[in-house]
Design a protein around this ligand. Structure first.
Ligand code: SAH
Length: 260
């Protein structure tokens, strides 16, 4: 369990994640966009090219943000400890995710961070954005309502828009001061929720819930329902206890069915 220092600024719980960035210059520009808005935590997921002189040139005075950037191999790894993961997309996709405006996203992100959770804002590749598997890891999508006929912003400019909205939201709360210590049970982490969803899938199979239908659609709906519930760690443990009993009863039933 993590403990939150009371002197830690809330913005330290907000990370900007860039997935599969193709142009190192954009990484530098994103660092600059972040620093102007008081954000410092940049996370890279499998960039096509590591940050280089181009990144440094475009980071300008934000070379500290660039130098401190962490790199992960997958998005799942980069957000494993997050309570809230918001994926920024230039277009709507056929995926069961709520779509938020940047302002709504910023207010949710701040709410999550103020409640003591880690929060990630995720941005995709310049050419192809985030893939569906990556979007599945997100709790909601964020779309900047741009010109529908030309809706794709430059990556760093999209980071700027979201960072600005976060800044406004932070200033409205009295601005970047110390974070209150979280009370009650800690919010469920991304890894805890994914563990729960995995077990839910197994339990539904065990009771033959799908009856020959493809499981994906039901699983997406359950995922959406449980993500909306904003579960804390203890609630996830409680639900997993129920699922363990479901699986145990299904096994007993299968066994006695075999005997009779
Ligand atoms: N051709 C890609 C565009 C990628 S732009 C696509 O169609 O998905 C690179 C990244 O910038 C996107 O993955 C997204 O994270 C962000 N971005 C660009 N325009 C955006 C918009 N209008 N709303 C939200 N995010 C946007």
């Amino acid at each position: 369990m993590t403990t939150h220092s009371t002197t830690e600024p809330i913005s330290n719980r907000l990370r900007i994640v860039l997935v599969g960035t193709q142009h190192p210059g954009n990484i530098g520009s994103a660092a600059r966009a972040m620093k102007t808005m008081g954000l410092a935590r940049l996370v890279l997921v499998a960039p096509e090219k590591a940050p280089n002189h181009e990144s440094e040139a475009l980071a300008a005075g934000a070379d500290d943000v660039l130098a401190a950037a962490a790199t992960h191999a997958t998005l799942a790894e980069a957000v494993a400890d997050c309570r809230l993961v918001l994926g920024c997309t230039a277009r709507s996709r056929r995926i069961a995710l709520d779509e938020l405006l940047p302002r709504e996203a910023a207010s949710r992100a701040l709410e999550g961070a103020m409640a003591g959770g880690e929060v990630a804002l995720v941005f995709g590749r310049e050419r192809t954005g985030l893939d569906n598997e990556e979007l599945q890891l997100c709790h909601a999508a964020v779309h900047i309502p741009a010109n529908p006929a030309y809706s794709s912003l430059n990556l760093a400019m999209a980071v700027q828009v979201l960072a600005y909205e976060l800044r406004l939201a932070l200033l409205a709360t009295g601005g970047g001061g110390p974070a209150p210590a979280g009370d009650g049970d800690p919010p469920a982490s991304h890894a805890e929720l994914e563990g729960f969803f995995g077990q839910l899938g197994d339990a539904l199979d065990a009771i033959d819930f799908h009856k020959g239908r493809a499981p994906e659609s039901a699983l997406r709906k359950f995922r959406r329902l449980f993500l909306k519930a904003d579960l804390d760690s203890r609630e996830v443990r409680l639900l997993r206890g129920v699922l363990a009993d479901v699986e145990r009863m299904a096994m007993l039933a299968a066994r006695s069915g075999g005997e009779g």
